[in-house]
Design a protein around this ligand. Structure first.
Ligand code: DC
Length: 233
């Protein structure tokens, strides 16, 4: 069977990676994979099984549990959206909550967790036909990806987008708090020892601070056409 292309999208938090990756996947008829959801599912498992209690993390219990954690994705036939399942249970909503969000960066820094997730991600993407989004997809998970995109946007723009998203969900926050949180997450993502966030040298840079979603899709299509043409010549 001929392997289909794989598109790796990495970048900073709250810069619209999911929206963009989902639209590209729909456009090409590929599967969209949110790798962050996998780290979130492991974090939920840790919270539910007493592996994380407040500030305490039982690292040896986590190591022992890794073999019992199965994360899968399934398409919701009603919404058409890909949803995350943890050990046979749909956890899509729970993994987006504040409990998971506030500790997921601790869990995603653990080498053994990353090794397990990277293994699962490689399995999911092995036949291509996938748009995978995260922090290390083009650098670590699929360094040979057909196309790599690294997304960024100014802190002010990302904070405003995140703020609007939270407010629309009825969550009351202050813009300054959101901005502070984004700076902290950038700091954590860029400076961790295991697979820090960085642009792969061969990734295309997309700074979407001043771009609409439609403009980003136009940019993608023109880059994709160039790639297809290069491949044919
Ligand atoms: O994209 P997100 O906010 O849902 O990601 C959740 C967490 O997982 C965040 O702390 C970054 C981390 N992550 C990662 O380390 N590697 C990935 N490939 C994807 C996400």
């Amino acid at each position: 069977m001929k392997k289909l292309p794989l598109i790796a999208i990495d970048g900073y938090s709250s810069c619209g990676k999911s929206t963009f990756a989902r639209l590209i996947a729909a456009d090409l008829g590929y599967i969209y994979i949110d790798s962050g959801a996998m780290y979130r599912a492991v974090t939920l498992y840790c919270l539910e099984n007493g592996i994380i209690r407040g500030d305490d993390l039982d690292i040896s219990a986590l190591h022992q549990s890794l073999d019992q954690i199965q994360v899968e994705f399934a398409r919701n036939p009603l919404s058409g959206l890909q949803e995350t399942w943890l050990n046979g249970r749909n956890v899509e909503e729970q993994i987006r909550g504040i409990d998971v969000s506030s500790v997921v960066s601790r869990i995603s820094q653990i080498r053994e967790v990353r090794e397990k997730m990277v293994g699962m991600q490689r399995l999911i993407g092995k036949n291509g036909g996938v748009v995978m989004e995260g922090r290390d997809i083009g650098t670590v998970v699929f360094p040979g990806a057909t196309m790599k995109i690294f997304m960024t946007a100014s802190t002010a723009v990302r904070a405003r987008r995140r703020y609007d998203e939270l407010i629309s969900k009825g969550i009351r926050v202050k813009l300054a708090e959101v901005k502070k949180n984004i700076r902290m997450r950038d700091q954590q993502d860029e400076n961790r020892t295991e697979s820090p966030l960085k642009k792969a040298p061969d990734a295309l840079l997309l700074n979407n601070s001043e771009m609409t979603v439609a403009q980003q899709m136009k940019w993608f299509r023109s880059e994709w056409d160039k790639l297809v043409q290069d491949h044919e010549n």
